[in-house]
Design a protein around this ligand. Structure first.
Ligand code: FAD
Ligand code: NAP
Ligand code: SF4
Length: 676
């Protein structure tokens, strides 16, 4: 073990793999950043991975690189086959090695998840999350695909990688061969379990033969498929044992196929929710095991290792949020870590929307070369009005650059609307962002003036050189007859607990805040995101390892809402269409399972003692409710911009209220302050 004085002795303990040594137990899990698909983006990848290696990560795994032309559009070859690519990839491996880190490239075959008409799978069975139907791979094609993995591994060795990760989970090509759900073949690649696990074993054997003994091979093994027709526990262990014999160095944990209807990494998922799965495999396998999913602080990682659940901790998004995670932990200042809040908003949602990955709490992630925070040429005296996400981001960035900054807020605390967000069951992580900002404001010497509503006259009379207006929003009050009725309340008073809400409630507006308010009102006890067994029971996951795929034959057990809740919108489309791409379905499904009634196509007529009168489609309806909560969007608050004679800038909700979220607010605040 590392020195007993070390703040995290197990996490920071080196791991000897025989032929090579990892400097600690932190593995940066593979994340598709979007840079992999852009030709000539190696410099950007080198900056991205190099910064994480400099931050102390022991072993980095790159985003998935496509192994086969069957993962790519017609006539596009995998990048590793292009001329000059070895030299290009050396930029990445050199950048990591210079900082004392190690790096493996993930070889990915997307199988029936490929977004191309050229896609292949063991059997021609369409995935529920892809419009394309795969062709059945012929025996010859399968041999070619194995060869592609082996060639790619040889390429990686030449390019200076310390190893490869073979992606065998998440419902991709290799995983599709392993389970009956997607493998209906009757040849040597299907039927018996021996036949179904032939593909991963052939790939690992082939790669090991090509690269020799002194090269890391990680296999990402699907330990819990979370889909019907997935592997049983015994089968997955059998495969793990066979992979060891075939020559893997490390086995990584895969949890859940992409098409599984169970959240595995969203903010609602408790921290370290799935390490009990790795723990069971660790009792049966002998190579080092990596565990993952929702481990976002060094304290939690240390606990997982202390319990003996795994040998290595994989963290992916936490290293987008803070490249210096490991160094800060080692220095005993984990309170300085900018914690990943598992929102998915700038990482996975971006990727699924065809954009580059970044991070809501750290807009520099994957933009290292373009967004630099350097010393200001001329130090100014700046006032930032509003300590919400936009104002806090601007204040710490400006202070870091050497400006003198005073941050004002009318409230008695920093955080703006994040103080409401963090009270929503399942969003407890948002408190970490406030802790981070509080600490940075203090360390960087920003003067924080709370309980201080700033006026234009004060600003005009001040000696500030420039003013940043980050005053946020005011909730929209819709023009509905009876809007002043005593039953009408604002979401702010509801979430702050100022008003005791009755048993029957209608919510007007089903955007992010309408959904969150419904979530808040639909809970009575402890949030499942704070309790692993409750979470598993809610989503129907068997923790005894008796169910195939971890879910077959298990009923989900959501606690019903203690109130009757109607969630209403005017649009006739399904509710929640504009929520996060990778998390919206979780919010929707959770509320439906709790019995929340969702009404689309509403025209609100009036609110009176009887309740909310409305038309739903062409049908008149009366919702006999005790309260009507207004969540009808926002309008910018920018009265300070009128009559202000100083140079000023407007950011966040004060700039544009429509479709505002903290991703935009923090990004805008950071980028403005980076160039002042
Ligand atoms: P605000 O957070 O509104 O901050 C503005 C600040 O300015 C306030 O603190 C206010 O007191 C202060 N102020 C105003 N006028 C003055 C003045 N004259 N003098 C001094 N101070 C003043 N976003 C996401 O991205 N993801 C989520 O999951 C998410 N969930 C949410 C859940 C809820 C329940 C709510 C309410 C919001 C949520 N949001 C979420 C939205 C997110 O919080 C906002 O987009 C973000 O806070 C906007 O930041 P801002 O800094 O522009 O404004
Ligand atoms: P929003 O997403 O714009 O939703 C506003 C809702 O009010 C919509 O349902 C809208 O739909 C309705 N509405 C608008 N004008 C109305 C009117 N005059 N009368 C009645 N209904 C009206 O805004 P929000 O819910 O306030 O959220 C603000 C921002 O915070 C969002 O943009 C979101 O990105 C962010 N946020 C994100 C999350 C998250 O989980 N990612 C969570 C919370 C908040 P109809 O017009 O169809 O009725
Ligand atoms: Fe974590 Fe959200 Fe950043 Fe993604 S965008 S890394 S989930 S904080």
């Amino acid at each position: 073990m590392n020195s007993p004085e070390s703040p995290f002795p197990r996490l920071l303990e080196p791991l000897d793999l025989g032929f090579t040594k990892l400097r600690n137990r932190v593995l940066m899990g593979s994340m598709h950043t979007g840079l992999e698909d852009i030709p000539n983006s190696h410099q950007r990848m080198a900056a991205f991975y190099g910064e994480r290696a400099r931050g102390g990560v022991g072993l980095i795994v790159t985003g998935g690189f496509m192994a086969s032309k069957h993962c790519l559009p017609e006539n596009v070859e995998p990048l590793f086959k292009l001329p000059g690519e070895i030299e290009n990839h050396k930029l990445i491996t050199d950048a990591v090695h210079r900082e004392g880190g190690k790096i493996c490239l993930q070889i990915l075959h997307t199988g029936r998840y490929s977004r191309t008409e050229n896609l292949i799978a063991p059997s021609p069975i369409k995935s529920p999350i892809n419009k394309f139907v795969p062709k059945e791979a012929s025996a010859k094609t399968i041999e070619e695909e194995i060869e592609a993995f082996v060639d790619f591994a040889g390429f990686c060795q030449q390019a200076g990688y310390d190893g490869v990760e073979i992606m065998g989970s998440e419902g991709y090509f290799i995983n599709e061969f392993i389970v009956e759900r997607t493998n209906h073949r009757t040849d040597q690649w299907g039927g018996s379990y021996e036949n179904r696990m032939r593909l991963p074993l052939e790939i690992v054997r082939g790669v090991r033969a090509r690269v020799g003994e002194n090269f890391i091979i990680i296999f990402r093994l699907s330990m819990l498929d979370l889909v019907e027709g997935g592997s049983s526990f015994d089968e997955a262990v059998q495969l793990g044992l066979a992979l060891e014999k075939a020559g893997v160095t490390i086995i990584n944990t895969g949890i859940g196929w992409h098409e599984a209807q169970i959240p595995t990494i969203a903010t609602k998922v408790p921290r370290a929710a799935f390490t009990w799965v790795t723990a069971q495999f660790r009792q049966r396998l002998s190579v080092p095991l990596v565990t993952s999913n929702r481990i976002n602080t060094p304290e939690v990682a240390e606990e997982v290792l202390a319990r003996g659940d795994a040998d290595i901790i994989s963290m992916a998004r936490p290293l987008l949020a803070d490249a210096d995670f490991v160094n800060k932990a080692a220095a005993g200042s984990s309170a300085d870590i900018n914690t990943c809040i598992a929102c998915n908003q700038a990482c996975l949602d971006n990727i699924f929307n065809g954009q580059l990955t970044s991070c809501l709490v750290n807009p520099r992630a994957c933009h290292e070369l373009e967004l630099e925070i350097s010393r200001a040429a001329q130090c100014k005296n700046l006032a930032v009005i509003g300590a919400g996400p936009a104002g806090m981001a601007a204040a710490i960035t400006a202070a870091e650059r050497g400006h003198t900054v005073t941050l004002f807020d009318a409230d008695n605390k920093i955080g703006g609307q994040f103080n409401l967000a963090r009270q929503i069951p399942g969003k407890e992580e948002f408190s970490e962002t406030l802790r981070y900002y509080r600490r940075q404001l203090d360390k960087l010497g920003v003067q924080v003036k709370l309980n201080h509503r700033v006026t234009v006259d004060q600003l005009n009379a001040s000696d500030f050189d420039e003013v940043i207006l980050a005053t946020g929003i005011v909730p929209r009050v819709p023009a509905i007859e009876g809007i002043d009725h005593s039953s009408v309340v604002s979401y702010i008073d509801v979430i702050n607990g100022v008003i005791e809400i009755g048993d029957k409630v209608a919510i007007i507006g089903a955007g992010g805040i309408g959904f969150d308010t419904a979530e808040y009102l639909a809970h009575s006890g402890e949030s499942a995101s704070q309790n692993i067994p409750v979470f598993m029971a809610e989503w129907g996951i068997d923790m005894s390892f008796n169910s195939r795929g971890g879910i077959e034959g298990v009923e989900a057990e959501f606690e019903p809402s203690p109130r009757t809740i109607y969630l209403c919108q005017r649009k006739s489309e399904g509710l929640g269409k504009n929520l996060g791409k990778t998390t919206g379905w979780i919010h929707r499904l959770g509320l439906i399972k709790r019995g929340i009634k969702m009404l689309a196509g509403c025209q609100y007529q009036r609110i009176d003692d009887a309740g909310l009168h409305l038309m739903v489609g062409n049908e008149p309806k009366l919702l006999e409710v005790d309260h009507v909560v207004i969540c009808a969007g926002q309008e910018s608050r920018r009265e300070l911009g009128v009559g202000l004679h100083k140079t000023f800038h407007i950011i966040g909700g004060a700039d544009v209220a429509t479709e505002l979220d903290a991703k935009r607010a923090i990004d805008q605040g950071t980028r403005l302050a980076a160039q002042l």
